[in-house]
Design a protein around this ligand. Structure first.
Ligand SMILES: O=P(O)(O)OC[C@H]1O[C@H](O)[C@H](O)[C@@H](O)[C@@H]1O
Length: 581
């Protein structure tokens, strides 16, 4: 594991020496594990489930279908302890600078700091500002939901459209979908829509059916320069002005809210101060659900739900800070990820929620994990010899059974899987026929969840042992998985679940020595796109130094696609194209 990342001065460091020894022992453990089947591991250790599962808060997490022994788990925890994790965790949770390349802290844990608890020393003013903005968000939500906010023609708001992308879209969209049943029944209904794709595919049909008089747009963009969002907003602004026959300033005052860490850019764009919500630059986009970026969650589901989400996440922050490493869920989840990636060389990780409400969780985690740890150099810029973040993908489990599970079961690739399911569901419903039927559907879903992880682990042996079936299909099994059962999916438990993954990502970044809080590759992509867009809009000549493929594709598009010089967007963000998001 990562031999070339260790410099000669590090080699004489006792901690690095211990890491090297632990890595060697883990390599040895990997050889052992790879020489026998998961079936054998499970048969050899009768107490495996009790030793390799953890019951913490609303979670029961079963690691016993991972390709590990108890000793592997101990070694992994030692590796984590020896990595300086405790000090780095403290720095993260206490708002110190942990994002070295951008000289910023990572403030997401402080976003969920409770009102009635003294903040960590030195974070008082940051937490005060966070609580102040949360209060402003609450007031705005209350005004809009209660009908106090009026559009330019005096109508109340019925529809809210969040325009944002990446972290300014995925978190709120996923939470709104996952928790829709927690919307208060008694209050006015507020329909919340999400628009992210830069091609207008989501926006165009919405504009055809929404009532402009009763629609409020939220321009969610940490940097306030992301082109996808700017272009969608420009189209929506023109629509409002055309349909309502009002001035741009009146439309902005009555129909647009902005959420960003750049007050200056919101003001420059003409958004009144009262229509702006802010969060600090130290909040990463993919960690921003907990900031006013979550306003669409408050609007769709009410602020009590949003507060519960924050409370669940804070509970996980405390667990991460205080639980011994061997019982610490983020640490265990992270280290098993490191094990699968670095020692068993499994390059792919599937997230499989057995709950349709969590359909967007895989996409959310893709950004969280792959944008954070999808890097091949350490925070100091030294190339990493081994592997880092696996390719994360996934889908609602029961549906995926009818799609890609065949590959998981009998393909040629090793894939680690994560099964996520709530134990209780439909229990609030009245015991009428429909509720009973839905509960039966839920039991069926849970049985399928367990069957899949069993088959992945045991292959043919699962059929032999549980069904007395002597059909031999040549199915080797041996695909490792974790099963994460939630007592129930609630705003609180979802908050805890998402914070669990945030901290998992952080622990892995410590092991891999990565800065998980920047995204330089994404920034490069944005810069290139700006240059090519200039060529398409004829603001810049075709660049002869372009590679032949890009140049000829561009020429083909240029010939075929009409353009209107008046509408070629000369954007304010251009000067920001080199800014960090
Ligand atoms: O919120 P914004 O500044 O508009 O950024 C939206 C997204 O853009 C970028 O591509 C980043 O990689 C993401 O981390 C970010 O969430």
């Amino acid at each position: 594991m990562e031999s070339s990342t260790v410099t000669s001065s590090e080699k004489s460091d006792p901690r690095e020496q211990a890491t090297a020894r632990l890595s060697q022992m883990l390599e040895h453990s990997a050889d052992e594990v790879m020489s026998c089947s998961l079936h054998q591991l499970m048969q050899d250790d009768g107490g495996r489930f009790s030793q390799l599962s953890r019951r913490v808060g609303p979670f029961l997490v079963d690691f016993s279908k991972q390709r590990v022994t108890r000793q592997t788990m101990d070694l992994l925890v030692w590796l984590a302890s020896n990595s300086g994790l405790a000090a780095k965790r403290k720095a993260l949770l206490e708002g110190e600078i942990v994002n070295a390349s951008e000289r910023r802290p990572a403030l997401h844990p402080l976003l969920r700091w409770p009102h009635d608890k003294r903040p960590p020393a030195g974070c008082e003013s940051v937490v005060k500002a966070i609580h102040g903005e949360l209060q402003r968000m609450e007031e705005l939500v209350e005004r809009i939901r209660s009908g106090g906010w009026r559009g330019a023609t005096g109508e109340t708001i019925s529809d809210v459209v969040n325009i944002g992308v990446g972290g300014s879209d995925l978190g709120p969209r996923m939470a709104c979908q996952a928790l829709s049943e927690f919307a208060p029944q008694s209050e006015r209904k507020m329909a919340v829509h999400f628009v992210s794709t830069m091609d207008g595919a989501q926006l165009a049909p919405l504009l055809r059916r929404l009532d402009p008089k009763r629609t409020l747009f939220i321009l969610s963009s940490k940097s306030f320069t992301t082109v996808d969002t700017q272009f969608n907003m420009r189209t929506a602004l023109s629509w409002l002005m055309r349909e309502l026959g009002q001035s741009e300033s009146s439309i902005k005052r009555h129909h647009i809210l902005g959420v960003s860490s750049r007050e200056d850019r919101m003001t420059q764009w003409g958004l009144p101060t009262d229509n702006q919500l802010h969060f600090a630059e130290g909040v990463g986009g993919r960690f921003s659900l907990w900031s006013p970026i979550g306003i669409s969650v408050g609007l769709a589901l009410g602020m009590p739900t949003f507060h519960e989400l924050l409370a669940g996440a804070h509970w996980m922050d405390r667990h991460f800070a205080e639980a011994p490493m061997i019982k610490n869920l983020p640490v265990l989840l992270a280290m098993l990820g490191v094990w699968n990636s670095d020692f068993l060389h499994i390059p792919s990780h599937a997230v499989l929620p057995y709950d349709g409400r969590l359909a967007l969780l895989p996409s959310y985690l893709q950004q969280l994990e792959m944008e954070s740890n999808g890097k091949s150099t350490t925070a100091e810029g030294i190339p990493i010899d081994g592997t880092t973040c696996p390719i994360l993908w996934g889908e609602v489990g029961p549906n995926a059974q009818h799609a890609f599970f065949q590959l998981l079961h009998q393909g040629t690739h090793d894939v680690s899987c994560e099964f996520i399911a709530p134990v209780q569901r439909y229990t609030e419903a009245h015991h009428d026929r429909e509720a009973l039927e839905l509960q039966a559907q839920h039991r069926l879903t849970l049985a399928n969840c367990l069957a899949q992880s069993q088959l992945l682990a045991l292959g043919d042996d699962a059929l032999d042992t549980s069904l007395g079936d002597d059909t031999i299909s040549g199915y080797r099994g041996n695909q490792p998985s974790t099963t994460l059962l939630l007592d129930a999916l609630t705003p609180w438990s979802l908050g805890a679940l998402l914070a669990l993954y945030e901290h998992k990502v952080f622990v892995q970044s410590v092991i891999w020595k990565i800065n998980p809080f920047d995204q330089p590759g994404v920034e490069l992509g944005k810069r290139l796109a700006t240059g090519l867009h200039d060529i398409l809009e004829e603001r810049a000549p075709m660049n002869d130094e372009l590679d032949a493929s890009t140049r000829d594709l561009l020429a083909h598009i240029h010939m075929a696609v009409p353009r209107d010089a008046d509408l070629a967007f000369s954007s304010p963000y251009k000067e920001y194209s080199q800014c960090k998001a």
